[in-house]
Design a protein around this ligand. Structure first.
Ligand code: AMP
Length: 116
């Protein structure tokens, strides 16, 4: 089933697009958790990592190539950043179109909430 990200790919709704290739699109998160918060998505509709097929390996790799270029363009390559891909319910995934969060611009804190 298509998501709001498909509408962004098809330019049916606006987004602040920062990077695009034939297979990959990246745009600013609408509710940023850090000074830099960009979503990097394959144009192919893949719901979750559980749905990634062998043939999707190149485009999944291109998400990381995009992340490198975007981090450089945003001036955070040297200071560092975090890449996150949430998967399913327990992973906190809200939009079921695979996406890589690129988050940085300040120290992003612990990777997960520590158990008490
Ligand atoms: P996740 O929880 O990993 O599925 O992340 C989904 C992300 O999509 C959230 O950080 C939302 O803020 C973001 N988001 C939802 N709708 C839009 C939109 N129209 N444009 C940009 N980001 C969006």
């Amino acid at each position: 089933m298509s998501t709001i990200f498909k509408k962004i790919i098809d330019r049916e709704i606006p987004a602040d697009i920062v990077y695009e290739t034939d297979d990959v699109l990246a745009f600013k998160d609408i509710a940023p958790r850090a000074p830099v918060h960009i979503l990097i998505i394959p144009k192919k509709e893949i719901a979750t990592v559980n749905d990634v097929a062998d043939e999707d390996a190149p485009v999944m790799g291109q998400l990381f190539v995009a992340a490198k270029h975007i981090a450089q363009a945003q001036g955070i390559a040297e200071s560092g950043y975090r890449l996150i891909m949430n998967v399913g319910d327990h992973g906190g995934q809200e939009v079921y179109h695979v996406h890589l969060h690129l988050i940085g611009g300040h120290p992003v804190g612990p990777m997960t909430v520590k158990k008490k």
